[in-house]
Design a binder for this molecule. Structure first.
Ligand SMILES: [Zn+2]
Length: 412
């Protein structure tokens, strides 16, 4: 006699409910890929780790970690460090795993108006080689720009060596991240509409990823800087222009085809000053070096036409009349956009890059005070404002982070 259980087994599979797409299960090979990426993410977030450390962090056994990391050691991505003591409990000394110096590297490109900076970056974030080139920003010869980028890349890539994982390109202007095309760079019209990602990828036979400079900078913070292991934060670039890269819940925010992130052009004064973009009252009109210089000229401060946050902070420290007040007004203007961002998305951590770093901790504290005075109180507490550690290679590291994000598919 057939049981109820047998009868159920012989039924035809139920059709999916109307209007609902089938949800495929994860294949074993995809599961391996995800586990591998999670192990690498732990190393990026924390630093060199032993198999036992990784097992604890990922909630699995040391043996399971061994199975995941061994192919990466065999293929030269990871290497075992010198044994370290396992503590008072004795046992086999742990050997921390870290990225092999001879493993695959990453090519990083920063496209500026009239200039290109290229670096070769190791998977661990070391700068291995750099090269620079120039092009005519106002010209019409886009092919010459592509050749300049390729020439710089050829100078940093070791001939006959292991090809890099990919090429990350930071562009100081609007980009279409879906197609890898430069949309518009105000100071370099030669780049407008250039499908640089596709052109480079075809010539190099490598994956190439383009993104907006502040978002690339945010990825540099996330992979190699002060936001390592942090799930939500904002990375601000404050200099002659103003940009913000946002990472929320572990994903960099791009908006449709990368159109988001133009926060410098959100309006903070309806009848404010005219902006470079042709409209009025953008945040950028009151929170960049240009505003600072104009105000310094009006006040008759020394070296006003070349005033920067650093030189103003030095004047204020010497009690030069008007300097401390101007520094405070500049900090207040910067705080306005930070408050708006925090009220809408609450990233909780703001990392300041660019010329603002030279303002030092005095300037940082003034921004923080203005933010706290304007923000609605919440149990999560006020956002933290920190200065980025000054580095010549922030963008190169970010471009490397862009390639890692796409390759490992963890931080999107
Ligand atoms: Zn504007």
């Amino acid at each position: 006699m057939r049981s109820d259980h047998d009868r159920r087994d012989t039924r035809a599979p139920a059709a999916p409910p109307t209007g609902r797409a089938a949800t495929p299960l994860i294949s074993p090979s995809l599961a391996n890929q995800v586990n591998r990426a999670r192990v690498l993410q732990s190393l990026y977030d924390i630093g060199p780790l032993s198999r036992s450390d990784l097992a604890r962090l990922t909630g699995t056994t040391r043996a399971a970690i061994g199975t995941i990391v061994q192919p990466m050691i065999d293929s030269g991505i990871l290497a075992e460090g010198d044994p370290r003591s396992s503590g008072a409990t004795g046992g086999k000394p742990a050997r921390p795993l870290w990225f092999s110096p001879s493993g695959p590297s990453i090519a990083a490109v920063h496209l500026l108006p009239g200039r290109v900076e290229v670096a070769l970056v190791s998977a661990a974030g070391d700068i291995l080689a750099t090269a620079n080139g120039r092009f005519r920003p106002d010209g019409t010869d886009a092919d010459a720009v592509v050749e300049t980028v390729l020439d710089c890349l050829a100078r940093v890539l070791p001939p006959g060596g292991t090809p890099p994982m990919g090429v990350g390109v930071a562009v100081g202007g609007m980009v279409d991240t879906d197609t890898g095309t430069v949309v518009k760079v105000n100071l370099a019209p030669v780049l407008d509409g250039l499908p640089l990602g596709r052109l480079l990828s075809r010539r190099l036979d490598l994956p190439v990823y383009l993104d907006h400079h502040p978002r690339v900078q945010a990825l540099g913070d996330r992979w190699f800087g002060q936001a390592r292991g942090v799930q939500s934060f904002a990375s601000l670039y404050l200099a002659d222009v103003l940009g913000v890269g946002l990472v929320l819940d572990g994903a960099v925010q791009r908006g449709q085809a990368g159109a988001g992130g133009e926060i410098g052009h959100t309006v903070v004064e309806l009848d404010g000053r005219e902006c470079e973009c042709g409209r009025r009252g953008c945040w950028e009109t009151i929170a960049t070096d240009r505003w600072l210089r104009d105000e310094a000229v009006l006040l008759g401060l020394p070296a006003a036409p070349s005033m920067t946050t650093g030189s103003l902070a030095r004047l204020a420290a010497r009690n030069h009349p008007g300097a401390a007040d101007l520094l405070d007004r500049f900090a207040r203007n910067i705080s306005v956009g930070i408050v708006n961002l925090q009220q809408i998305l609450a990233p909780g951590l703001f990392i300041l890059h660019g010329h603002a770093i030279a303002g030092g901790d005095t300037f940082r504290r003034r921004i923080e005070d203005h933010v706290q005075a304007r923000i609605l109180q919440h149990a999560a507490g006020p956002p933290q404002i920190v200065l980025a550690e000054a580095s010549d290679h922030v963008t190169a590291l970010g471009a490397a982070g862009l390639v890692l994000s796409h390759t490992l598919r963890l931080i999107a």
